[in-house]
Design a protein around this ligand. Structure first.
Ligand SMILES: *Cc1c(COP(=O)(O)O)cnc(C)c1O
Length: 404
């Protein structure tokens, strides 16, 4: 891709207007929107309004002026982004907590099924939470196996197939419909972690007949650091599954103040405590922004940004560990390099922000909503200089930070 080609592609990009809706800092090429999405321009005013007017002025009346409904309202807004229907999604808690609620609930559906099957090397919290969840359900076990052993691991003891749709390290993407069919054929439920998918690659929970899902609010959805997450329960399962974290906000009548728990009839039963209103306000801005984008354009641009970066990586002799088939990958590209950590730090020092994943992965997020082809070209040029000069050997770049 030449400079002129990059410019022409940016000019023809159907998503080009979205870049201006973000407050991206000058002099930075941000290739980490898959880890922390950037700040939408509309977020600060929305937070200011939530603080000064809604909280400061309206005080407790605000609960009835939009606060109490935020989890279901935002859930309904997320639904079309992931192929779900209104009433199947709720914004709440963190992805980790939502995993816990759904895993325990899935283990309780059929006591004869006691095994959770997942992938070794899955995102750590998914496996950690599964480990914690089996400790809460007598007889339950976790079987985490490599991807190529998954199919054989699913059997009539499997309660749940727990998979992350797009792998956080390699960007490998599971065929959601095919794996859901496989799980269903064995009588098991599926739980998909969409943290690295929603907002970047097509997700069709309904079309795949998926049962359960969770996802993150602060990555591609740009909901802000520690934004509330979301969870999905297919309509057909809602009456059969209950929330093990049975808090009052998931009660059928929270303000009836009864002693005994009675779950709310619909998706609201997955709430636990009081929603974090300020976080919800920021999440809603990010979700509204994503809803304004054409999903087909997002998918197409994600694929072609990847191709552009992949070509640059090939020219530089970098080993790409992400699948080249667009249907088999997410929206980031990962290169293996023996000095990946220092390479990443050297890039950051030049304003190209990607990240490092232990032990040897340089991960570059290619978020289609606000990145330009020119950014890919510029990032590639910086990468070329750093590699040519072997700048990753400089001692200042090997100092480890707490968050990598
Ligand atoms: C980012 C991410 C999470 C985040 O979980 P938190 O509870 O928000 O810390 C979970 N799962 C996957 C696959 C992720 O990529």
């Amino acid at each position: 891709m030449t400079r002129d080609e990059a410019r022409a592609r940016d000019a023809a990009d159907p998503l080009r207007e979205f870049r201006d809706r973000f407050a991206l800092p000058e002099g930075v090429i941000y290739l980490d929107g898959n880890s922390l999405g950037p700040l939408p321009r509309a977020t600060a005013p929305a937070i200011a309004d939530a603080v000064a007017r809604q909280w400061g002025d309206r005080l407790i009346r605000s609960w009835n002026e939009g606060w109490i409904d935020a989890p279901t309202r935002i859930g309904d807004k997320i639904a079309p982004l992931i192929g779900a229907r209104a009433g199947e999604v709720i914004a709440c808690d963190s992805t980790s907590v939502n995993l816990f609620k759904l895993i325990v609930a899935a283990l309780r559906v059929d006591p004869a099924r006691t095994v959770i099957v997942s992938e070794s090397g899955n995102f750590p919290t998914d496996l950690h939470i599964a480990e914690g969840a089996i400790g809460c359900v007598p007889g339950a076990t976790l079987r985490a196996v490599p991807r190529d052993a998954l199919a054989d691991a699913i059997d009539d003891r499997t309660a749940l197939l727990l998979l992350t749709h797009v792998h956080y390290k390699t960007a490998e993407r599971f065929d959601m419909a095919a794996w859901t069919r496989r799980a269903h054929a064995a009588g098991a439920l599926t739980l998909w972690d969409l943290s690295h998918s929603a907002g970047a690659v097509p997700v069709d929970l309904g079309g795949a007949n998926a049962d359960l899902a969770v996802g993150c609010g602060y990555k591609y959805l740009n909901g802000g650091p520690g934004a509330p997450a979301y969870l999905y329960v297919a309509d057909r399962l809602q009456a059969r599954m209950t929330n093990p974290l049975s808090g009052w906000m998931g009660h059928a009548a929270p303000f009836g103040f009864a002693d005994a728990y009675a779950p709310a009839p619909g998706i609201r039963r997955w709430l636990t405590g009081t929603p974090p209103v300020l976080g919800m306000a920021a999440l809603e801005i990010g979700v509204d922004l994503m809803r304004a984008a054409d999903p087909a354009a997002l998918a197409a641009k994600s694929a072609s940004l990847f191709d552009a970066m992949h070509a640059i990586g090939s020219t530089l002799g970098l080993e790409c560990v992400s699948p080249v088939d667009p249907a088999a990958r997410g929206s980031h590209i990962s290169f293996r390099h023996p000095h990946a950590y220092a390479l990443c730090q050297a890039l950051i020092a030049e304003g190209v922000i990607g990240d490092f994943r232990d032990p040897d992965i340089l991960r570059l997020g290619l978020t289609p909503l606000y990145l330009r082809y020119q950014d890919i070209l510029d990032a590639g040029a910086t990468l070329a200089v750093i590699l040519a000069e072997e700048r990753y050997r400089r001692p200042e770049f090997s100092k480890r930070h707490a968050v990598t």
